[in-house]
Design a protein around this ligand. Sequence first.
Ligand code: ADP
Ligand code: ZN
Ligand code: ZN
Length: 722
Amino acid sequence: MTRSVRIALARPIRRLFDYHAPDQQNVVAGQRVRIPFGQQSAIGLVVDANAEAPEGITLKPILSVCENWPALPDETRALLSWASNYYQHPLGECLFTALPPALRKGRAAERPSHTQWQIVVEAPATLPANAVRQQALLEWLAEQSCARETSAITKAGFTRAQLNALAAKGLVTGTETTRQEPPAGDIATPPVLSQAQRSACEQLPAPESGFTASLLYGITGSGKTEVYLHYLRQHLAEDRQALVLVPEINLTPQTVKRFRHYFGGRIAVWHSALNDGERLDTWLRIREGHPVIVIGTRSAVLLPFTGLRTIVVDEEHDSSYKQGEGFRYSGRDLAVYRAHLNQCPIILGSATPSLESLHNATSGKYRLIRLEERAGNAVPPTIKLLDIRSRPLEGGMAAPTLQAIRDCLGNGQQALVFVNRRGFAPVMMCFDCGHMVECPRCDTRLTYHRKDRAMRCHHCDYQTAASDHCPACKSEAFKPVGQGTERTEEVLMQQFPDTPVIRVDRDSTQRKGSIQSILAAVNTGRPCILVGTQMLAKGHDFPKVTLVVAINADGGLFSVDFRAPEQLVQTLLQVSGRAGRGEVPGQVIIQTCHSDHPMLQQLASGHYLPLAEDLLAERSSGGFPPFRSMAILRAESATMEDSIGFLDQARQQINANQIDLWGPLPAIIARRADRYRAQLVLLCDSRARLNLALKTLCQQLDQQKRKGPLRWQIDVDPLETG
Ligand code: ADP
Ligand code: ZN
Ligand code: ZN
């Protein structure tokens, strides 16, 4: 029987390709190879080096191996095969996602070398008079205290050509080195752990216990970072690796700084702003087994660790851990599986744990560790609900809110104004009586569609024209709920002309270095007002912020998305948690038209766990995750008819044995970029049965011929269900 080498390609196809290896080539699984593919060649990854060759086909030979070791070690491949099956995403794309761009493109797996330039002779007189820039470069190099990298030289305004010209004349010399790890710097003495922190740390099982998952429920400002650090210092062997996942690195540079202080050059960072060279360098350091501690965002969970001994997932509830397109994995969930593969501990930390993780803690799968005191001298903030019905608003803010900001600034403190945008389904609401229009056939609110001024139900086909006055009290203050940051910023600047108003949102933080300048302004400690969206709710530690205002809490209260209440509660508590982290106690004002809403009332107590229990009870009675497994089949095409038709047919094909099917329904945003989007929701008691049904469905859908360009995709454990 002939043997073949089975290879995966970086293509969205659910199949592998068979080749044969020339005898002298020793090919192993995980290795990168170059193969002939169509008219060209392609980089492939060996999935099975010794597979059974399909019959009756002459196999083409592999052209070459890229290196004589497997780029992806066994454990990383096991993780990705599992993920490919779990998320129904083609194996090839999963495997290639775990390679740095340089290796995907077929470049050599070598740590990029850097040339360090220095001057040979001081003040040479041999340069022609017109070589002004070369002369300037020589002078610049002479001023440097050490040899400088090419990149530093070009950054200083010189060119490679000038450098080469000087080298050719023998005036400067370059030495090749590989990139140095950042110097260890001073190892700062860690603060003495509080009693509560020490107790939390002691409850975390050591790596010797094998696989354990701990949910560290630590309120905002309780000093979770210090607990992670202490745990790693105490338990991570010098020759082992660790992974610390964080939602977004550039928002909280102080976290990396604190880790660097303790672990110096052992710290490697991994995030989307690295360039190809930096990625390759870090990736290879990890692959070579250096004892690094990686602090990284979502995709760091796919790095080729070979000695992983501890995993930490900070802010484990954060939605950025779920990839929103293509290979839709959850970084947090893969981290748990990876800890299991490595038989090592994982610590999931949050002040507002996801209902999934809490459920795992209650059911005994995870252990729950509580840290319910703030670190240092800080105390939890007081939360006040401010009912804004019948109150005039300016930029979304009521008079008592503006007064509170004025008082806060007057006391020399800083204020933070949070504009809630997520989970924002535009609903028409009466600002006098709080009335919202419900669907006569379902237990949901109608959503407002600005374009045709209609109100629609997303659970049935009911629709009605939007009126311009409240159907209940006839008031004309009947408007879509929602408030932009720009308008709020404008009003704040008018009201407080002498105070810097700093806007923090997607747009204002995208530019390189902008978050640094924002943080620098806040860290001066001088009075200022921060205004922004969701980004302000993430992990920041601003000791001088003593007032937090949430100007429109209601956006997510009545959303059709089953996750909206959880996300609203998490966001409000997280943003509240920015108040009073220093010496002065904090105060939070939540503006709402529903101050009597039980969920908000409970939230004002500041205690998350009882709230989460209620939300879990609702999930349970509704049959939602985590009590049932969920997946969504999404389709988009040129017409809604085609999208719905495709999903209708898929619905027929699904073996509906104990699988609940909802839809097909148009998506909440039914048309995007001229494509019509629809979805079919699958819910099942058994994860295994759902997985099998999805797998069969994928195979069938792959084989079907369809007219017109229709795209479909499966989202397992979806975060967004609209
Ligand atoms: P969390 O992530 O739990 O919200 P952080 O880790 O950001 O909290 O810590 C909050 C603040 O408390 C930080 O400024 C940190 O330096 C400080 N801190 C943490 N532990 C201690 C301690 N044991 N003593 C004094 N200050 C501490
Ligand atoms: Zn309805
Ligand atoms: Zn009304």
